[in-house]
Design a protein around this ligand. Structure first.
Ligand code: ADP
Ligand code: MG
Length: 687
């Protein structure tokens, strides 16, 4: 079987199955081989029937004594009931709405069953187990370590396992792309072995070895990309931005606050970096509200005075326009030419031509600081670009950075800003090539936000509290979760909450609604009204998550708080507590029986006010899998490797550095080069 064989050519893949597989990105045999389980069900021990107890996952082997279909009267469901026995005893087995099973299995058949046991009216039964006729060559659904794959609707685990089993012999055709010495030195499995063992390992140690090898591939590629960029940048020049001491001092002195030590240090590191001829590559890390914007403004200001151009890119148009407003304010006394340029906005603090088509060109040419979204760098050629700052865009990776060079000879300096607390070693694996500046402390005199978990029963109290604050002239956010997957932007729930608040709870107040489906001009208008205190309560979806700055908002109510991750809740909460008033964050949770971990998670928020402690807490609660919602907060996720496998990360980094040092354009490693060029985000430009 060839790797390129379309899945529709496989046994039991009809048109509709092929469509469903396509939804998972699976079109060829090769795709299937690289579609890995996210866990294994351990059915390696089969249990004698008389040892089975209720409420467990078990695997049993026995003979079908009796099997028949029934209609359950009350529930109008089709039932298939069987009695299965082994040497030790007999157990009842039930399936729902799968009448065909009674055709597949006949009395006398030896079967292997795996599933959960339950007790009903004192009778023990096995409910809807996976089944296989024993005696089939190799059992893949009910014995040993059974792989469990991520699925979409209309596909079953059983189908997928069946297909992967069919595809597995083709694994031998997958070309080994890692050099033999790396495989040998690091004691890694060959790619073919790794793929076979990842799908159907004989034991956990095989599964582990497979994961090591496949995880290494992932980390190694990532590190190669960083190293290639680092190597390329070594020989590049960047505009030298002379430090403008006098004006910078003036800028700092006219601020309405004193910079924190962390802000000063970070700014100093950045200003020193851009005062060099080689391009800066730096990450600025600081918790929500630590004041990264003013640090960015200082760097941009220095660029402007040097008669170069700086660009600041935000993840959304709302945030871009907020940055534009706040940086305009910070730079008011200095006549710096500032512009906002996004898909739908073109604004500047200097004269623009009337004609829309001409405005953008004038901005690109004349503005000293341009604020926009990521499209800025992709769509325009900024002639004197000397500094690019990206705010909260974790996906702005090596590939995007390689496109930063505009028409000229020079490369711009690069600064990435994030509020996600990333341990240094982790940052190394994500951004192997960035230097790091850290703002550790929060501005002084800031009152910690008071966070309370509130049960559904006490909803009215929360409303009363909000009203009280609004009567004092303050404002509130109400954040809504997604209703369901099909409502990805959460528009439905936000709209419902909005209507309810407006009609029933606060008819006397001005309530606003903002969500991702609104046009950006509308969004901006609403944000402006909220900032001007014309709206008392702003109902919002996750669009307000990052960066929004309305200091007069002092209460945030979060609906369905249990549905959000800690990181996201912390980000939301960072939208209040920005002014002088004491601020509050109210976490509303549904009354349904609550997962104790969820409760702990939410309590952690009322206990800790800083991202780092929360991250530690999250790590304890969730395990290292998805630390602090890194994946959720838009980090380029790893499919296989863990970001916490420091040892593997180190190995990958060393192996990558060694190869790039010896063979920078990878001409002696054609397979690696090809892999780098074809892999998902691997548009590395190898000159
Ligand atoms: P973030 O790091 O989350 O991007 P911002 O830059 O938006 O934080 O700053 C949050 C708020 O704190 C803003 O209103 C800003 O004006 C204010 N701020 C920044 N630095 C200081 C400081 N040193 N002292 C007091 N307030 C500050
Ligand atoms: Mg910010």
């Amino acid at each position: 079987m060839l790797l390129s064989v379309p899945l529709s050519a496989l046994n039991r893949v009809g048109n509709s199955t092929a469509q469903h597989l396509k939804k998972l990105g699976l079109e060829t045999v090769q795709d299937l081989l690289f579609y890995f389980p996210f866990r294994y069900d351990d059915f390696s021990q089969s249990t004698p029937i008389n040892k089975v107890v209720a409420g467990q996952n078990v695997s049993i082997k026995g003979t079908i004594e009796l099997i028949q279909n029934k209609r359950s009267l009350r529930q109008k469901r089709q039932l298939t009931e069987a009695l299965v026995s082994d040497d030790s005893g007999t157990i009842k087995v039930i399936w729902f709405n799968q009448a065909f099973i009674a055709q597949n299995l006949k009395p006398g058949d030896l079967v292997s069953l795996a599933g959960k046991t339950a007790e009903n009216y004192g009778q023990l039964s096995l409910v809807s187990p996976q089944y296989e006729k024993a005696g089939d060559e190799q059992l893949i659904h009910t014995q040993g370590l059974v792989p469990v794959y991520p699925l979409t609707a209309n596909l079953t685990e059983k189908q997928l396992r069946f297909l992967i089993k069919q595809a597995l012999p083709a694994a031998i055709k997958i070309e080994e792309w890692l050099p033999t010495d790396i495989l040998k030195n690091l004691n890694l499995l060959s790619i073919t072995e790794a793929i076979k063992q990842a799908h159907f390992p004989k034991n956990l140690s095989e599964a582990h070895k497979a994961k090591q090898r496949l995880g290494f591939d992932e980390l190694f590629l990532r590190q190669l990309r960083s190293q290639v960029l680092k190597y390329q940048l070594q020989n590049k020049s960047a505009p030298k931005i002379l430090f403008q001491e006098i004006l910078t001092r003036q800028f700092v002195n006219q601020l309405p606050f004193q910079l924190t030590t962390g802000q000063k240090n970070a700014a100093w590191e950045i200003l020193q970096d851009i005062n060099k001829n080689s391009p800066m590559s730096r990450l600025l890390e600081g918790d929500v509200g630590s004041g990264k914007t003013v640090v960015a403004a200082m760097a941009l200001f220095n660029v402007a005075i040097n008669k170069h151009q700086g660009a600041l890119m935000a993840p959304t148009e709302i945030l871009a326009s907020q940055h534009y407003d706040s940086i305009s304010k910070l730079l008011t006394p200095f006549n710096t030419k500032l512009a906002l340029l996004t898909g739908s906005q073109a604004e500047a603090n200097f004269a623009l031509p009337k004609k829309k088509e001409e405005q953008r060109q004038v901005i690109i040419k004349e503005a000293e600081i341009i604020i926009g979204t990521q499209a800025l760098i992709q769509n325009y050629n900024i002639p004197r670009l000397a500094l690019v700052i990206v705010d909260e865009q974790h996906r702005f990776g090596v590939r995007q950075r390689q496109k930063l060079q505009q028409s000229g000879e020079l490369w711009p300096h690069f600064l990435s800003m994030t509020a996600t607390p990333i341990p240094r070693s982790l940052a190394l694996s994500i951004y192997g090539d960035l230097d790091i500046s850290l703002i550790k402390e929060m501005p002084k005199n800031r009152l910690p936000i008071i966070t309370k978990v509130i049960a559904e029963d006490n909803r009215q109290q929360a409303y009363d509290f909000i009203l009280q604050k609004i009567n004092l002239g303050q404002q509130a956010f109400v954040i809504c979760p997604l209703v369901n997957e099909s409502d990805k932007l959460g528009v439905k729930s936000a709209t419902n909450v909005y209507k309810h608040l407006k009609a029933e709870i606060f008819p006397q107040l001005n309530i606003g609604l903002i969500h991702g489906r609104l046009k950006s001009t509308e969004k901006e208008k609403i944000m402006k009204e909220f900032a001007d205190n014309k709206i008392n309560i702003l109902v919002a979806t996750a669009v307000v998550e990052v960066g929004v700055d309305v200091p007069n908002a002092s209460v945030m109510l979060i609906e369905g708080a249990e549905r959000f991750g800690l990181a996201q809740l912390h980000q939301f909460r960072g939208r209040v507590g920005r002014g002088r008033e004491q601020s509050y964050c109210l976490l509303l949770t549904s009354n349904d029986q609550q997962n104790p971990k969820t409760a702990l998670r939410l309590q952690a928020l009322s206990k800790y006010n800083d991202g780092l402690s929360l991250a530690r807490m999250d790590l304890k609660l969730r395990g290292a899998g998805d630390l602090y919602g890194l994946v959720q907060s838009g980090f380029p996720e790893l499919k296989i490797a863990s970001l916490f496998d420091h040892e593997l990360i180190k190995k990958a980094q060393m192996a990558a550095a060694e190869i790039i040092n010896r063979d920078p354009d990878l001409s002696k490693h054609p397979l690696i080069k090809e892999r780098l060029l074809t892999s998902e985000s691997g548009e590395a430009h190898l000159e």
